[in-house]
Design a protein around this ligand. Structure first.
Ligand SMILES: Cc1cc2nc3c(=O)[nH]c(=O)nc-3n(C[C@H](O)[C@H](O)[C@H](O)COP(=O)(O)OP(=O)(O)OC[C@H]3O[C@@H](n4cnc5c(N)ncnc54)[C@H](O)[C@@H]3O)c2cc1C
Length: 897
């Protein structure tokens, strides 16, 4: 019997009945309300349940003084109905809690939602009935519920964290929690008030409480960065932008990184002078916009510790300039996390409040709370007499409200609490393997709290409801994520978390604020737009990673992982695909060179090194240009001779500039990039012979170049790695120079094209099979191709210098690189391999674009240092990121700065 026929509306159902619906929604906040609206419109019978007494969710519970949104309200609104947008006008840039609550009430009225919401009703258990293929929900009030689909819109920040301090129940004064604030107005006049915590809620409420209280004592464990909101009317220029093209404005937000329509910053910190950086910072400070401050100053502020430190220090200066007492200022100044890795706050007079005579800051790092007594709070140094304690201790974020519904029992009696014992596992943050027909809105594994949640909520709701409609139309009754898809998502999440600095902080994003909670970055850090495109790809791929089942054994399962590329590689490849570029091999050699030169202009500038010197080195029949990169530290430094990529046809001594700078900085070695001659003007074996001759000259003139005399290392990428490998063989066979080691990044090593990687990665990863054929054809006639000077895999390998061989998963050259490393090892050459998962041929050359390549590049630099006999650099805590499989040697804990 179809669900719709057994459904009965039972908002006022008695406790003994079971309410039958197609879909049950828990939560009547931003998410629950929109769900109800969409589900109803789609014809599903639906009930929403909320523990609260009315709609609003977050905005129903968080009524503390100063509670406001911290995303501009113009952006923190529903966008699904332009008429709704037209019917509501926000009064302020950042609306207050009462206004947001009124807005959500207005939405509930407009779409007549309350009639399907059961308030004051907490869901206490949810059990999947495999036979009926329905969820059975138990509540603490009224009828139980039987539903086909169970959607938890329970909120990321709706489960307040209980205080971890002894003696709260002994306290004789009043106790309040910011996340469960009373509905009546509280008066603090004449009271001695304590606020415990300095997160967002505390930072918003402290200035207002201080204005009333006889004395306010703030107990701070971790200082936070707070930016003045400069609240007032919605900025006219933003409003004009919205009014002039509402649809375009909203669409830009949907595809942005944070759910707010701001462009992606492309200028990196080292391209700006101190004065320019300060100017940008001051502008952001004056703008009072958190997302602006978090994303618009310079491109590396959120992904690189150095870029971030520049911003954090400007912030700290501000705190010191506002807070008069140096000791208090020092205590309020954060040093334990990069800016933005913990949610910064928006404030009104927060820091200045500490200049008031009736406010005291207690630094719990120096004097922890020992206990709460009947009359106040005792630290291990002093006692404070207190009338009112306000706990602003935050939430058991992201998983708290989901796990609080105990037990959620899925297929085979599996409990969600057990399944998540080591941390939440989801597919897309929306579903959990083993829990059919269960959906989480803004669950762990989705952008959620790292985004404008209004945008994320709408995307989730639309995706889920559209899927339910499609599933029903196709005659399926159950949908469940596969284990493969879920494991793949966990891997993608981990890859994404290496992109940002969130992993370097202990915060509620990582579960660190709740004792005993498993640690890990819970929200998806890959961005709102990329996440949206992934969800769309799941659908486009035939519900990739989901098993759909229905009556009479109907089943569809297109199993697999949705993202196997590193997240930034995926972005780069998508961007290239969107550019619809002609195949390079169709441009002719000169056209291709012009194209590459043009393309290189758009890449971020390389980081500064001590010195860059251009020169020429002599050959018997002419000369070759070179570019020398010298480290900033005093020398003499060992030398690495570098050969650029470009298929023996493209590029020059400057074309791998960012990688050369990176090697120079990390390895602290001189890098001499050689402009060897190219085909078709100079075919095989010119490039190989140039490489060898250049290496010999550089080795012989090491001291003149300011380098350390002695063996040099050779390094190269792609065809350049081919030249480096060949140079090692020639140097061994021709009596020198002595080579300390070879770093081969995605090398060409053989003229055979039948290895699987040539087929697997024939198209779609920039270096294509046809492009490689074109390079080979231009450089080398078929008769010469087995010559070891172009196919070093076919040469003698014994007696070669130690090697570090890097291969990338999505590269036609992958397997010949692996084959070379294995052959070297078999010949007794010390060799290490880095098989970089999720990377493509250009990953390691795209320094500061492919940020997930950082740890790989750090390992390469360490390898060069070992070749040169330099001591290993010490790792920076938390900065080492395993990059792929290693064929030998223990994990290098290399600095990934
Ligand atoms: C003070 C504060 C300010 C914020 N400001 C912003 C901002 O500016 N921008 C932004 O993007 N986000 C902000 N957020 C995050 C905010 O939570 C989301 O923007 C959004 O309101 C979440 O909506 P939701 O419907 O998903 O969840 P919620 O609004 O949290 O609603 C969940 C509801 O589920 C109910 N519930 C949970 N478990 C059960 C159960 N077992 N049984 C019955 N009912 C249950 C709860 O009672 C609650 O009403 C803020 C959060 C806080 C706390």
């Amino acid at each position: 019997m179809p669900d719709v026929m057994v459904a009965a509306r039972a908002s006022e159902a008695s406790g003994s009945k079971t309410q039958q619906v197609d879909v049950a929604v828990v939560g009547a906040g931003f998410a629950g309300l929109y769900l109800l609206h969409r589900l109803r419109k789609a014809g599903f019978t639906t009930v929403a349940l909320d523990e609260a007494g009315d709609v609003g969710g977050t905005w129903y519970w968080n009524r503390y003084p100063g509670a406001r949104c911290d995303i501009q309200t113009i952006d923190y609104s529903y966008t699904f109905d332009p008429e709704l947008e037209g019917a509501w006008k926000w009064s302020e840039k950042y609306a207050t809690q009462p206004e947001i609550l009124r807005y959500l009430g207005f939405v509930a009225d407009r779409y007549d939602l309350r009639r399907d919401i059961r308030f004051h009703t907490k869901v206490t258990a949810a059990t999947w009935d495999q036979v009926a293929e329905r969820w059975q929900l138990t509540t603490d009030h009224g009828a139980t519920i039987s539903c086909r689909y169970y959607i938890m819109a329970t909120g990321c920040l709706s489960s307040p964290k209980p205080p971890e301090i002894d003696g709260v129940k002994d306290f004789k004064g009043k106790v309040y929690f910011t996340g469960r604030w009373p509905h009546e107005e509280l008066k603090f006049v004449g009271k001695r008030v304590a606020v415990i915590g300095t997160g967002s809620s505390a930072i918003q409420s402290i200035p207002l409480i201080a204005e009333q209280a006889a004395h306010l004592t703030v107990f701070q464990r971790t200082p936070n960065f707070a930016l003045p909101a400069h609240n007032g009317p919605a900025p006219a220029e933003r409003a004009t932008l919205l009014e002039s093209d509402r649809a375009g404005y909203r669409e830009q937000a949907r595809w942005s990184l944070a759910g707010v329509p701001l462009p992606q910053q492309t200028v990196v910190s080292w391209q700006l002078s101190d004065a320019e950086r300060r100017e940008r910072f001051e502008q952001a400070w004056a703008a009072g916009d958190l997302v602006f401050m978090l994303t618009q100053l310079w491109a590396d502020q959120g992904v690189d510790v150095d870029g971030n430190a520049l911003l954090a220090e400007l912030f700290r200066e501000k705190i010191r300039s506002i807070v008069k007492d140096p000791e208090t200022a020092a205590a309020l100044t954060p040093y334990d996390h990069p800016f933005g890795s913990k949610r910064p706050c928006l404030d009104t007079n927060y820091y200045a409040t500490y200049n008031r005579p009736n406010v005291t800051l207690v630094n719990l790092r120096q004097e922890p709370i020992a206990s709460i007594t009947a009359s106040g709070i005792k630290t291990d140094k002093r006692s404070f007499d207190i009338d009112v304690i306000v706990f602003a201790t935050g939430f058991d974020a992201m998983t708290g409200a989901i796990k609080a519904v105990h037990p959620i029992t899925g297929r085979g009696g599996k409990s969600l609490t057990d399944v998540w014992a080591d941390g939440p596992q989801t597919y897309l943050g929306l579903t959990v393997a083993g829990f059919p027909n269960l959906f989480l809105v803004t669950g762990p594994g989705s952008p959620s709290v790292l985004s404008n949640m209004a945008v994320s909520i709408e995307q989730h709701v639309d995706w889920v409801v559209d899927r339910l409609i499609a599933i029903q139309a196709a005659g399926f009754t159950a949908i469940e994520a596969t284990e493969t898809a879920q494991t793949g998502w966990a891997r993608h999440m981990a890859d994404c978390s290496t992109l940002t600095l969130h992993r370097l902080a202990n915060t509620w994003y990582t579960g660190a604020n709740v004792p005993g909670k498993p640690q890990g970055v819970m929200p998806y850090t890959g961005g709102v737009g990329p996440y949206r495109s992934i969800c769309n790809e799941v659908v486009g791929g035939g519900m990739l990673g989901f098993r759909l089942t229905g009556p009479n054994g109907a089943e569809q399962c297109n199993d697999g992982e949705i993202v196997r590329l590193q997240p930034d590689v995926r972005l780069v490849l998508n961007m290239l695909a969107e550019m619809n570029l002609p195949p390079i091999e169709s441009l002719g050699a000169q056209g291709a060179r012009d194209f590459v030169a043009e393309f290189n202009k758009s890449r971020p500038a390389g980081r500064p090194v001590g010195e860059i010197v251009d020169g020429t080195l002599p050959l018997t029949d002419g000369s070759l240009p070179y570019r020398l990169y010298r480290p900033a530290a005093p020398g003499p430094h060992p030398i690495a001779v570098y050969f650029h990529g470009g298929g023996w046809v493209l590029g020059d001594e400057q074309s791998d500039d960012p990688l050369c700078r990176d090697i120079c900085r990390r390895a602290e070695m001189i890098v001499v990039s050689v402009g060897y001659r190219h085909a078709p003007e100079h075919r095989f074996p010119t490039a190989a012979e140039d490489g060898y001759a250049a290496t010999r000259w550089i080795a012989e003139h090491a001291a003149k170049l300011g380098g350390r005399p002695g063996p040099v290392a050779v390094a190269g990428w792609s065809a350049g790695a081919n030249i480096a490998a060949v140079t090692c063989q020639l140097a061994r066979d021709r009596g020198g120079p002595e080579i300390a080691g070879q770093l081969l990044v995605c090398p060409v090593t053989d003229c055979a094209f039948d290895r699987p990687s040539y087929g697997d990665n024939a198209a779609g990863y920039f270096l294509t099979r046809p492009l490689m054929f074109w390079f080979w054809d231009i450089y080398c006639s078929p008769a010469d191709r087995t010559d070891p000077r172009v196919s070093p895999l076919r040469g003698q390998l014994a007696g070669l210098p130690p090697a570090f061989v890097v291969t990338c998963e999505f590269d036609p050259l992958r397997d010949e690189g692996v084959a070379y490393a294995e052959a070297l090892a078999a010949a007794g050459v010390p060799v290490e391999q880095l098989q970089a998962r999720g990377h493509f041929h250009s990953s390691f050359a795209m320094v500061d674009v492919v940020i997930t390549g950082v740890s790989g590049r750090a390992r390469m630099a360490e390898a060069l240092r070992r070749f040169a006999g330099l001591p290993q650099k010490t790792a920076q805590s938390g900065e080492s990121i395993p990059q792929g499989r290693q064929a030998s040697s223990p994990e290098l804990n290399a600095a990934a700065k």
